[in-house]
Design a protein around this ligand. Structure first.
Ligand code: ZN
Length: 133
């Protein structure tokens, strides 16, 4: 059911400021876009078999803005790619995981996404995604 780690999400104050840092590490930007449902602008870097997603808030009440205000920039979430997000959500909810939304939401690159609350996942914010680029 889990196909792999689709990407690792990193919260940043400014893409303009941080993209050069990841380029200096030898990574190339593969894609970038704004995701209105999450109030973020993102940049994806290819990193071997997975990707790194930098997330910059586009509004002060964006979840990423709140995260940065509370904890500073840094690792934000792990995204697991699944075959069938609705079936996975139902199964995980049945096991007692707390899902942040009851329905999948539109994510980056045409994907459908849902987050598992870190309080029910050992302190790690886990994103599930299906489809997309
Ligand atoms: Zn993500």
């Amino acid at each position: 059911m889990i196909k792999g780690v689709n990407h690792i999400g990193v919260a940043v104050r400014s893409l303009q400021e941080r993209v050069p840092l990841y380029r200096a590490l030898g990574l190339e930007v593969a894609a970038g876009e704004e995701v209105p449902s999450e109030m973020v602008r993102v940049a994806f870097f290819s990193a071997g078999g997975t990707r790194i997603e930098l997330l910059e808030p586009t509004a002060p009440d964006s979840p990423i803005a709140k995260f940065i205000a509370a904890r500073g920039e840094g690792l934000h979430h792990i995204c697991l790619e699944v075959d069938d997000i609705r079936a996975t959500m139902a199964e995980l909810a049945g096991q007692g995981f707390r899902l942040v939304s009851e329905e999948p939401k539109p994510g980056a690159q045409g994907s459908q996404v849902c987050f598992i609350h870190p309080k029910s996942a050992g302190g790690v914010l886990i994103e599930l995604c299906q489809g997309g680029e």
